[in-house]
Design a protein around this ligand. Structure first.
Ligand SMILES: *Cc1c(COP(=O)(O)O)cnc(C)c1O
Length: 221
């Protein structure tokens, strides 16, 4: 993408591209989540003005510094937490975000359930799966994903929308997207958050319901 193009133009182009690519591959058009981490409110606002309503941030504290004001200006903003959540930030995360995509262990699932109850707020929830079983990466292991989803549903009464993954950086993402889709089907879930700047078209071909795109919209971080 040429450097001279604005984030708003990039956003509009990707929306059009996703729609065309999904049609070509007979898939539903995924929801584009605009990943705005590291960019400030003045950089984000033109993308909101261009029509974007769904955004992703990976740190609670960083999001708290810019999103309350941006949300106050535009009613229908939907904010997704796409980075790991520490349990001491759960109350803040539940207060600010509309969706948490990184539910990945019993402790954090319990904390989210408790906070949603006390704040009387329902968030959309995704379980993050570590499809590459990478030691340093967050997410439940693929072989435990189905049991973990059922535990969240049965023991905590959580309504889980779908699964999320970040494939290993140096691997072909296709098999990881296929694995996430298979695991979601086994759990009876329909939503798949997968695909970033490098591979959002591939993810679309594998049936992503949500793609998370940052640098292809805002440029290098
Ligand atoms: C930063 C981030 C993205 C966006 O990455 P780009 O390659 O800039 O599109 C997507 N998902 C997660 C979980 C991220 O942390």
């Amino acid at each position: 993408m040429p450097e001279t193009m604005s984030a708003a133009e990039n956003y509009r182009d990707i929306v059009t591209e996703l729609d065309a690519h999904a049609k070509k591959h007979e898939q539903e058009t995924p929801q584009l989540i605009v990943v705005s981490k590291t960019f400030d409110a003045n950089t984000i606002q033109p993308v909101i003005d261009a029509g974007a309503r769904v955004f992703g941030e990976n740190r609670v504290q960083e999001a708290q510094a810019k999103w309350p004001e941006l949300k106050a200006k535009t009613a229908e903003i939907e904010l997704h937490l796409i980075g790991p959540l520490q349990s001491n930030k759960t109350a803040d995360a539940v207060a600010l975000f509309d969706c948490i995509q990184t539910v990945d262990r019993e402790k954090i699932a319990k904390a989210i359930a408790r906070e949603m109850k006390s704040q009387e707020k329902q968030l959309k929830l995704f379980v993050q799966v570590n499809t590459g079983s990478e030691p340093q990466k967050a997410g439940v292991l693929p072989e435990t994903a189905t049991d973990f989803v059922r535990w969240c549903q049965d023991e905590l009464g959580l309504s889980i929308e779908g699964l999320m993954c970040i494939p290993p950086f140096h691997e072909n993402p296709g098999p990881h997207f296929a694995l996430l889709r298979k695991l979601a089907r086994e759990s009876g879930l329909t939503k798949l958050s997968m695909g970033m700047s490098a591979d959002y078209l591939t993810a679309t071909e594998f049936g992503a319901s949500h793609v998370r795109v940052g640098s292809s919209i805002f440029g290098k971080r």
